[in-house]
Structures are given as structure tokens and as C-alpha cells.
Write a protein that binds this ligand. Sequence first.
Ligand SMILES: NC(=O)c1ccc[n+]([C@@H]2O[C@H](COP(=O)([O-])OP(=O)(O)OC[C@H]3O[C@@H](n4cnc5c(N)ncnc54)[C@H](O)[C@@H]3O)[C@@H](O)[C@H]2O)c1
Length: 335
Amino acid sequence: MTIRVGLIGAGNIGTSHARDLELRVAGSEISVIYDFDEVRAAELASELEARAVPSYQEVIDADDVDAVLIASPDHFHAEQALACLAAGKPTLCEKPLAPTEDDAHAVLDAEVALGKQLIMMGFMRRFDPGYVELKGQLGVEGIGDPLIIRNSHRNEIAPYGLDSELSITNAAIHEIDINRWLTDDEYAWVEVITGRNGPLTPQGQHDPLFLLLKTRAGTIVDVEMYVQAQLGYEVTCAVTGGTGVAEMADGSYVTTARALHRGHRLPKQWLGRFQDAYRLQLQGWITHLETGSSIPGASAWDGFVDAVVATRAVESLRSGERVPVVLPEKPALYV
Ligand SMILES: NC(=O)c1ccc[n+]([C@@H]2O[C@H](COP(=O)([O-])OP(=O)(O)OC[C@H]3O[C@@H](n4cnc5c(N)ncnc54)[C@H](O)[C@@H]3O)[C@@H](O)[C@H]2O)c1
């Protein structure tokens, strides 16, 4: 059985996912592609022997599309996810579900009304071998309960232009999600601290940002978010547990010592660091669609909660205040 995937958005990550689905994931192919840039859609369609169509609705409605992959810019995700739900098509939606709580809530409500989980979110760090091993170290058999988790997320240059709010809703949302997943907990509050800016930070923006969060069980989580760090793409995560410490290695790079220097290369951006996670996520999604097993990654509920926390973090950035995180009751569909 081959799952025929329709792609909406053939940019950086959409192209990478499409090639993975064609070449490196078992049981899938790309059949239909839409991109706002029709030349881009046509080129990728020709490379992958798919066809390009002039609207995203035509991807969703196509008879030869069993499932949809949304990889358009953030602010189109909610509208396109709603259209997928209306058509009853399973969907892998790139993060975030939406840049705002209200738009994410609309998608959650629509899926709950449908009574069926069709959406999986592209929070691929949940499939990354490093994070998976780190989670495996927590608990009584490992380092005990997580007390403090320290994260850093550095980009060589701001991927979508430097805007402090985007640093939260687009980038730090990865840490918001992965620390919920690591701790099996929800946040009680979030505070965003700004300080001295880096040399490339434009007037009126803040970079780096420091996010401080506390979970309901009391785990302290911090995130250094620095999108113009220049040094390359680097993601770190270290957990202090009740009885030990576990630190995720920075990818599987070879360390060399040469010419009075010891170290390893850094990738330019995320595709270099999380290549395996993207492929494993896509394989998990396709296998779930083939077998009818439960969604293996983040759900629409997770996408909604992450959007709520990001929205509170943006409020904190604007006000300078600590902001409580209050969530509605989790719908039975996700329990
Ligand atoms: N999970 C991850 O680690 C990860 C990594 C990168 C990007 N992303 C997410 O994927 C999405 C795309 O990011 P990117 O880096 O590929 O951006 P990109 O700018 O490289 O590509 C976006 C593409 O969408 C097209 N587009 C614009 N409007 C559209 C519309 N209305 N419908 C369909 N396509 C449209 C653009 O022409 C472009 O080709 C973003 O939401 C981003 O947050 C996730």
C-alpha cells in the first residue's frame, strides 16, 4: 500500500519532506503539489513525478491524495488545516498550529467537533534520537524527576527575518513543546526576559531572549533563544534530575583534535541537525496511516497548548511581566 501525499508549500522544509517521502520513507509518494510560487511547485513536481495544481484546495480535494502535508508559512497553517479537516483528510501540519491562540483554538474545536484525530503536528524533536534518549534517562530507573531543564536554541542568522515575537511563536515553540513532552507536564507560568542585544540585532528588536517557565509539578525550564548567534545552528538540552544529570549531545558529529583545536563542525541550519528526526517523524506518520495505529507524534491538542504558551510568552515579552498559563480541560478525544 502506498500513501499518496499532497504537499502544500514547497519551500525549504516542504521540499526536504517531499524528497524524504519519495526516497527515504517506506510506503509513501508525493502525488500533488501546491505552492504560492508556481515555478517552485512545477520544478519540484517535475523532479518527483508529481503534478502541480493552482490552489491548496485542489491538493486537498484531489482523488489521488490520501493525506496532506502542510509546509506553508506559519500564518496559513490554521486556514489550511481547517480545510483538511472539512475534507476529512489526515494531515501532517508543520509547526506552529497557528501563531496565535485564537487561530489554534479554531482548529482544535473543528477536530473535536469531527470526533476524530486527523492532525499530527510537525514537532519532530519528539522523534530525534537525542531527545528520545534524554527522556529515557528520566524517572526512577534513571536520574529521577526533572528538577531543572536548561535549553539553548541558536541560529546562524534569523531564518525568517528578525522579529522578537517570531522568535517565540516560530522558534522557541520547539522548546515549549519538547519540554512538555520531556516532563509529561504543563506549564504554570512563563516569563520572557530581555537584556543586552547581540551585534546584529536591529533597533526595536530583542535578541537573545531568555524564557523562564515553571511546570505545574515545579520543574524549572529555561530557554536561551538567540536567532542571530552567527556561530551556526545549535540546540542543547540539559536536565538536572533528583539523582543525576543528563545532557543531550549536540547531534552525532565527530569530534576532531587538530592544529591546537578540539571540536566539531556545526551545521548551518536545522536540516543538518534534525535530518534523522524529520525522516523518523515522516515514517511514523506514514506507518500510522497504513496501520490505523494512534498518532505517533504531537496532536492538535499539543499544537493548541504550545500556541497558548507562545501567546502568553509574547504577552510577557510586551509587558515585562510573568504571565500565568491557564488551559481549558483536555477534550476526551486526546485523553
Ligand atoms: N519542524 C521544523 O523544524 C521546521 C523547520 C523549518 C520550517 N518549519 C515550518 O515549515 C513552514 C515552512 O517553512 P520553510 O522554512 O520551508 O519556509 P520557506 O519560506 O522556505 O517556504 C515556504 C513556502 O510556502 C510558499 N507559500 C507562501 N504562501 C503560501 C500559501 N498560502 N500556501 C502554500 N504555500 C505558500 C512559499 O512560496 C514558499 O515556497 C513554516 O511554518 C515553518 O515554521 C518547520
